[in-house]
Design a protein around this ligand. Structure first.
Ligand code: HEC
Length: 93
């Protein structure tokens, strides 16, 4: 049953792609949502990124100075996830 194998393979690929995509976008919707909840005017991705629609795995995540600062705070605070609420403590503008 070769045909069935192909259908299963394609199905798995779709599921994997969807999982990867949703994991990426959820992680970042979270950062943006947290920032907004903390009263920061994070109106679009470019608030922290240098590109309009950052994609996973491109260079330095295409972060601007604020984004880089947020990322660096992970090491400072010794946690493994960025909390968008930190954006309100960003020393730059
Ligand atoms: C308040 C700041 C902020 C906003 C707004 C923001 N991001 Fe991010 N984003 C970050 C930071 C900081 C990182 C790096 C996270 C890390 O290193 O843990 C990041 C990482 C990413 C990554 C890489 C994820 C990975 O695991 O490699 C993607 C993709 C991304 N953002 C997409 C987006 C998109 C799309 C938007 C707009 C809908 C957005 N971001 C809005 C701060 C932000």
């Amino acid at each position: 049953m070769r045909k069935k194998g192909i259908v299963v393979t394609v199905g798995l690929l779709v599921v994997c792609g969807w999982l990867a995509f949703s994991a990426t976008s959820t992680a970042n919707m979270d950062i943006q949502k947290q920032a907004k909840a903390a009263g920061v005017d994070a109106k679009n991705c470019q608030f922290c990124h240098t590109v309009a629609l950052p994609k996973k795995g491109e260079g330095q995540n295409e972060l601007n100075d604020r984004g880089k600062w947020l990322q660096a705070q992970k090491a400072v605070k010794k946690v493994d996830k960025v909390d968008g609420a930190w954006a309100k403590d960003y020393p730059g503008k």
